[in-house]
Design a protein around this ligand. Structure first.
Ligand SMILES: [Zn+2]
Length: 215
């Protein structure tokens, strides 16, 4: 896929990568707003873990949803980045989970959860029970866990508009980055990086341009 700064020139379909509402961002200046809580209804639907060479992705069956701003979005998958893609007040975290949801129109809502090094995360432990170590490998998940174990206790979040962080970098993605971070063990983060051949999989932060970050 080449180096992120050249994605916009690789092919016409990647032109969005040069857009003005790109992710990730550094969450620095924010505007106080009355944000309504995200209503999570996650059920045990994880069924497979895919190593696509860029990340490890856990796919979910239908049944896990969130309600935000009056709209329902279905959880499709979560995947990880090490180190984090978004930054909070300039700080990078060792890892960031992206929980990717879509509504009936196909619009995306991504919830970002930061991970610090600490206690092992039990949900990641289950997910990586049979870690596919090679690009293109898929492992089926027997335990069918939910994504609840990736969510911090506090429901507070930062809200902004952005994009996919890999080509085609499509914009119009609603982003919600949770303020409270979770922990994963050093080993868990190392195992994740090792499965990707030891390289970082974070796109650098992109300019904010005219966007506001709400909190
Ligand atoms: Zn991502």
């Amino acid at each position: 896929m080449g180096s992120p700064e050249f994605w916009g020139t690789l092919s016409p379909e990647y032109a969005s990568c040069n857009g003005r509402n790109q992710s990730p961002i550094n969450i620095e200046k924010t505007v106080r707003a009355e944000l309504s809580p995200i209503e999570f209804k996650y059920t045990p639907g994880a069924y497979e873990l895919v190593n696509n060479g860029h990340t490890l992705q856990v796919n979910f069956r239908q049944g896990s949803t969130i309600k935000i701003e009056g709209e329902e979005f279905a959880l499709k998958q979560f995947h990880l980045h090490a180190p984090s893609e978004n930054k909070i007040k300039g700080a990078t975290f060792p890892m960031e989970a992206h929980l990717v949801h879509a509504n009936s129109a196909g619009d995306l809502a991504v919830i970002g959860v930061m991970f610090k090094i600490g206690d092992a995360n039990p949900t990641l432990e289950k997910a990586w029970d049979e870690l596919p170590l090679l690009k293109g490998q898929t492992a089926s998940i027997a335990g069918h866990f939910s994504a609840n174990g990736l969510l911090p206790r506090s429901g507070e979040y930062y809200r902004f508009n952005g994009s996919l962080t890999t080509p085609p970098c499509s914009e119009g993605v609603r982003w919600f980055v949770m303020k409270e971070s979770m922990t994963a063990s050093h080993d868990q983060i190392e195992m994740f990086s090792a499965a990707l051949g030891g390289h970082h999989n974070n796109r650098p932060v992109q300019p904010l341009h005219a966007r506001l970050v709400l909190e």
